[in-house]
Design a protein around this ligand. Structure first.
Ligand SMILES: [Zn+2]
Length: 134
């Protein structure tokens, strides 16, 4: 897994069964390295249904209308200094870039630190690890 940027074995296990996301690998300019990330939905899309359509090769763009691309990151709360492991929207990602503003507007983002409640400046879709908030 040395050629995958952002991959963490235990985190990957945690995300494997997650009801609001599916894990993806993307590339930038070259075929390597691969970048670990997720497609994330907050609109209640039933992803088991999506899985089924993927297996049957009958997915289309509509199935991804509610999705944003996010990546695991560690951030520091500007207020309480807590280290937060998060999935943050990758705003530099080419996938969905033409519709990103609209997707972000519709997406339910985690705007506040789960420890102290201070506003967070990044578009965060999930908290991970020990600070996990449902
Ligand atoms: Zn905080």
């Amino acid at each position: 897994m040395g050629d995958i940027v952002g991959f963490d074995f235990f985190e990957d296990q945690e995300l494997q069964e997650h009801p609001r996301l599916r894990r993806i690998l993307t590339t930038l300019v070259r075929p390597k390295p691969l970048f670990y990330g997720v497609l994330h939905w907050s609109d209640g899309s039933v992803l088991l249904e999506l899985d089924r359509k993927v297996l049957q090769s009958i997915v289309d763009d509509d199935d991804f209308a509610g999705a944003v691309v996010a990546e695991p990151r560690t951030i520091i709360c500007p207020d309480c200094q807590a280290q937060l492991r998060v999935l943050a929207v990758d705003t530099g990602q080419a996938i969905f870039s033409s519709t990103l503003a609209e997707r972000l507007r519709k997406h339910e983002l985690k705007a506040f630190c789960p420890i102290c409640g201070a506003p967070l400046r990044l578009p965060i879709v999930e908290f991970l690890g020990p600070t996990l908030v449902p």
